[in-house]
Design a binder for this molecule. Structure first.
Ligand SMILES: [Zn+2]
Length: 294
């Protein structure tokens, strides 16, 4: 995308990437959560120039099918195929069990190691191979052992779930039961919430955990807060789990997360002044980040 429409202050203003990147830092920070695709109005992001010289750019993870701005890429094709696959699973399964440690995400992190420097690679391998992170026992077989009626249980990892939500699969409106832990099931439509639709409780104690998803607009310099591009009143503190999450997804600078898709299990509540919704992460494992592949 060469241009993006900024809706800040209720006005529509088209910026070229050259104009936008020349704005004062404070304006950029203010405007970047109000960007959309000039053609399909999909929520868009701004990525600043990288330290190794990649140009600043606009983009969107939400282009509708057929939008000319959304140039086809293998990443987008994979997202669409995940969305179709999830739709098929919804149609056939009684229960979908979420596999938070599905080997694919871990394998992918391993594959990526080769492109990064060795010290980062060693750290990440250490976390991937951490003996504490054992694969969970097979949930479906355990349920069979408890003699539940022969319900049709499918397992899905967070990557496919996130991709399908971003690509508008039926999952967000589905009544299919989603099992998080053995015996804990929720209707999909009550579990998966886009950041823009997050309804905060008054306190963290009152909040029920849900799976919140969307895309990341930007982070603060210390990588302590994630700000979604889907809305501008939600903040996700990362600090507590920062090192685990960043090394697992191989992230070393904030720019890598600009425009990334994300799904987290967490609780949403108001901050003290009721000006901002906070989503507190449940732990460092129930999260998936779909970093942009360049
Ligand atoms: Zn578009």
């Amino acid at each position: 995308m060469i241009d993006a429409v900024c809706t800040y202050g209720g006005e529509r203003h088209t910026f070229s990437i050259l104009k936008f990147q020349a704005l004062p830092e404070t304006d950029i920070e203010q405007f970047r959560q109000f960007l959309e695709c000039p053609e399909c109005k999909g929520k868009a992001y701004y990525r600043k120039r990288s330290s190794d010289g990649k140009a600043a750019c606009f983009g969107s993870r939400y282009h509708i099918v057929g939008c000319d701005e959304g140039s086809p890429s293998t990443q987008r094709e994979r997202e669409v195929s995940h969305s179709l696959e999830v739709n098929q699973i919804i149609a056939g399964a009684d229960v979908i069990s979420i596999d938070f440690l599905l080997s694919k995400s871990i394998k992918k992190a391993k594959d990526k190691l080769s492109t990064y420097n060795k010290s980062t690679a060693e750290q990440t391998t250490a976390s991937v191979l951490n003996p504490k992170v054992n694969p969970k026992p097979d949930i479906s077989s355990r349920i069979d052992a408890e003699e539940k009626p022969k319900s049709n249980i499918k397992r899905l990892g967070l990557e496919k779930i996130l991709n399908s939500l971003m690509r508008g699969s039926d999952l967000a409106q589905s009544s299919t039961l989603i099992e998080l832990d053995v015996g804990y099931t929720f209707k999909a439509k009550n579990l998966f919430v886009n950041f823009a639709d997050a309804e905060p409780s008054d306190s963290v104690k009152q909040a029920k955990p849900k799976m919140y998803w969307g895309t990341i607009s930007h982070l603060d310099k210390e990588l302590d807060w994630l700000n979604p591009s889907d809305c501008n009143d939600v903040g996700i503190p990362l600090s507590k789990y920062k090192s685990t999450i960043l090394s697992h997804f191989n992230i070393s600078e904030p720019r890598q997360l600009e425009g990334a898709g994300i799904i987290v299990f967490g609780k949403c509540f108001w901050n003290a002044k009721k000006t901002r919704k906070i989503i507190e992460l449940w732990n460092a494992e129930r999260i998936f980040i779909s970093v942009l592949e360049e």
